[in-house]
Design a protein around this ligand. Structure first.
Ligand code: OGA
Ligand code: NI
Length: 387
């Protein structure tokens, strides 16, 4: 027996014992990747290692030729303030094009005070800096819990873990959920609620623009009561905030911060710090989205793909990790109220464009992700009609 083996049950020894992962126990995985980073592992435990074909540098085969470069991508940039001025029609066209071609765009000049944004990133890093016992108060195996702290996606079911810890918060109705949010750091509720309110307002403005860009609603259109009803519904819609923490990873080529997935809501507003990591699938390649300070990455979710009857695309994206820096992102997922049905807009269905999706609701989505690993676009695939 080697001297190291003789002491292998002590936490102290585990720090230096990095030549295999037998010393990283199940209970240590369950504490999350920040914990693994802190105990100083120098190799990724087997539990996190993806099969070759799913690793970050796996070559993506295009139809006719191979291309293994992963270029950076400048997403279409939308000047939000221009939406409110005389160039609205032009901006709506740019939004439509971005949603059709990339499923993603970036917005700048959005009007959210910089302080609200920097406070959100700051209080998030202070949350993840709390002792594990404090964060663990919010752990739950219930995927539907209004507040859920955890690691990977579903740490009770995932076969391969991903390299992220997270805090998920439901944001509506505020008066019901706020008392359930973390009470530490002491300013968490105040700062996170201010951020949630601002992003929700921005979402509502964006949704008007999206509906107008699809031709189903517009300030200048002849509107029926039904047309206005959809906007009213969004005002009372659902909002889920996910704060993601990706600590440095000793072998970032073997694992992912988040595997390829699409977001299930209508739109996601993503705030990322200055560390890159987000990649989207574009023309059969993974391309990295360059962070722009104080901007939001906006992406089409499954519900908008369904609502637009397939015109706007909910695109696969994933997150790379790196060995040098931790990264924080805050994703705000917005959609209709939790109990409403999402259906293709009747205005976007006709003979030439038959209905392409079944109706869907949150309940069935939540059932779905509780029962299996949310890999790729499986859920949306289950809503497609074959015609
Ligand atoms: C998400 C997501 C990307 C990121 O939370 O759904 O895709 O950069 N996040 O963290
Ligand atoms: Ni996502």
């Amino acid at each position: 027996m080697s001297p190291a083996m003789a002491f292998s049950t002590s936490d102290e020894m585990r720090k230096t014992n990095d030549d295999d992962d037998h010393h990283v126990t199940e209970s240590q995985y369950q504490k999350g990747v920040k914990h693994l980073h802190e105990i100083g592992i120098s190799r990724v435990p087997r539990r996190y290692i993806l099969p070759d074909s799913d690793r970050p540098n796996a070559v993506y085969k295009r139809a006719n030729h191979l291309n293994d470069a992963t270029p950076n991508l400048k997403l279409p940039i939308i000047e939000f303030s221009e939406l409110l001025g005389p160039n609205r029609v032009q901006v709506l066209k740019s939004i439509a094009k971005a949603c059709e071609e990339y499923g993603f765009f970036q917005i700048v000049n959005h009007g959210i005070p910089l302080e609200v944004i920097s406070n959100m990133i700051d209080v998030s890093s202070r949350f993840f800096a709390l002792p594990f016992e404090e964060r663990a108060k919010y752990m739950s195996s219930d995927m539907k819990a209004p507040v859920r702290y955890g690691t990977s996606f579903n740490q009770n079911k995932d076969s391969v873990f991903c390299w992220r810890d997270f805090l998920k918060l439901m944001c509506h109705p505020t008066e019901d959920v706020l008392p359930l949010w973390p009470s530490s750091p002491a300013d968490w509720r105040r700062l996170a609620a201010a951020y949630a309110k601002e992003t929700n307002y921005l979402f509502l403005m964006l949704v008007e623009a999206i509906l107008e860009s699809l031709g189903v609603w517009g300030a200048t259109m002849n509107k029926t009561e039904e047309d206005d009803e959809i906007l009213n519904k969004f005002e009372d819609g659902s909002q889920l905030m996910v704060v993601n923490y990706y600590p440095p990873c000793p072998q970032p080529d073997l694992t992912l911060g988040m595997p390829p997935h699409s977001d299930y809501g209508f739109l996601t507003l993503l705030l990322q710090d200055e560390v890159e990591g987000l990649q989207i699938q574009y023309k059969d390649q993974w391309v990295t989205v360059e962070p722009i300070p104080n901007s939001f990455v906006v992406n089409v979710g499954d519900h908008l793909e369904i609502f637009s009857n397939g015109r706007y695309k909910s695109v696969l994206h994933r997150v790379l990790v790196n060995s040098a820096k931790s990264r924080i992102s805050v994703a705000s997922l917005h959609s209709l109220p939790i109990n409403s049905m999402v259906t293709p807009s009747p205005k976007l269905i006709d003979k030439a464009n038959p209905r392409r999706y079944k109706d869907t609701d949150f309940a069935s989505f939540l059932e779905y992700i509780s029962s299996c690993e949310p890999k790729r676009k499986n859920f949306l695939e289950t809503r497609k009609l074959n015609n």
